[in-house]
Design a binder for this molecule. Structure first.
Ligand SMILES: Nc1ncnc2c1ncn2[C@@H]1O[C@H](COP(=O)(O)OP(=O)(O)OP(=O)(O)O)[C@@H](O)[C@H]1O
Length: 307
């Protein structure tokens, strides 16, 4: 279990994490999602004590990381900045980590097998592909047989087979009762591997939800409506948070911000006929973009996005 409570962290004037609170529970894969610069890596660094909150508290299994007597058994982390000596073999890289933390040698063979690198364990890590490098990073994170596994952008750059592999691995770690916490700035990546989502933007919590709830909430809110009295209906529905676009024929409306049932009820109450009422499927990408639009730190300028 990871608990982040009212955490704020600034670098100079820049507020990287802003009064953030959430809990990551054991037994499920939780995705940590947000646009670039949202504060994900900063939060993860605070979880493993590489950075200190200015305010608030971060605990792992009830106590701050630094206060654990055997922290590698508590949290295994793969953070973005990986330091692997390119001339060293995968085995020796893990041996160095194990030796400095009192982990027995046999565990190295176990984690190499777990990530599918047994046959290349003696090869130079410098010759590894991106996917093999990711596997080695994950092997290092699992070395201490940790209760909490935390990986920063683990799917980044993996091919479909690699993604499928990591999905299976993360699910099996969660099924063993571990806490699994992974970050990404792409919802398409995280939806493939996570069940629960913590969404942040500009250092603040935007949503603490499941992938399916997020899809459902976003999907229901764009509705295609057809009515021979569309203009009157549009006037009736228009309100704060509701946007309406008219179709070319004059009878069609695209209503965002109201559920189909509410539109139907209001039309009935006003005696306006409805000929079609169709909730539109919104992709997860669109749901995520809507949710985080105001929190994207580096918006493309109109000129750049038009190019
Ligand atoms: N050591 C630092 N010094 C100054 N500013 C920093 C430092 N670390 C992070 N920041 C700033 O804090 C904000 C949050 O950065 P962070 O790396 O935590 O975001 P992120 O969500 O992990 O982004 P990404 O998806 O791009 O990795 C950014 O604006 C970043 O520039």
């Amino acid at each position: 279990m990871i608990t982040v409570e009212n955490v704020t962290k600034s670098y100079g004037e820049k507020v990287a994490v802003d009064n953030l609170s959430f809990t990551v529970k054991p037994g499920v894969v939780t995705g940590f999602l947000g646009p670039n610069g949202a504060g994900k890596s900063t939060t993860m660094r605070m979880i493993v004590g590489l950075d200190r909150p200015d305010h608030g508290m971060v605990t792992v299994n009830g106590i701050p990381y630094a206060d654990h007597t055997a922290p590698l058994h508590q949290v295994g982390a793969l953070l973005e900045a990986r330091a692997i000596h390119p001339g060293r073999s995968a085995y020796n890289h893990l041996l160095t980590l194990a030796a400095t933390t009192g982990i027995p040698r046999r565990r190295i063979d176990e984690v190499l097998a777990l990530v599918g690198l047994t046959s290349v364990g003696k090869k130079r890590a410098g010759a590894f592909s991106l996917g093999m490098g990711q596997r080695l990073g994950i092997a290092a994170a699992l070395l201490g047989d940790p209760e909490v596994v935390m990986l920063d952008e683990p799917v980044n750059g993996l091919d479909p087979e690699g993604i499928q592999w990591i999905r299976g691995l993360l699910k099996s770690l969660a099924d063993e009762g571990r806490t699994v916490f992974i970050s990404s700035h792409l919802i398409s990546e995280i939806a493939l591997v996570a069940d629960h989502l913590v969404v942040v933007g500009k250092g603040k919590l935007i949503a603490d939800t499941t992938v399916s709830e997020m899809q459902r909430a976003a999907s229901g809110l764009v509705v295609q409506v057809r009515s021979p009295r569309a203009t009157e209906l549009a006037d009736l529905l228009l309100d704060d948070g509701v946007s309406i676009q008219s179709g070319a024929g004059g009878n069609d409306l695209t209503v965002s911000g109201l559920e189909a049932a509410v539109i139907g009820d209001r039309a009935l109450a006003a005696g306006l006929p409805i000929h079609a009422l169709i909730p539109t499927e919104v992709s997860l990408e669109e749901a995520f973009m809507r949710m985080t639009h105001d929190s994207v730190e580096y918006q493309p300028t109109l000129e750049a996005s038009a190019r």
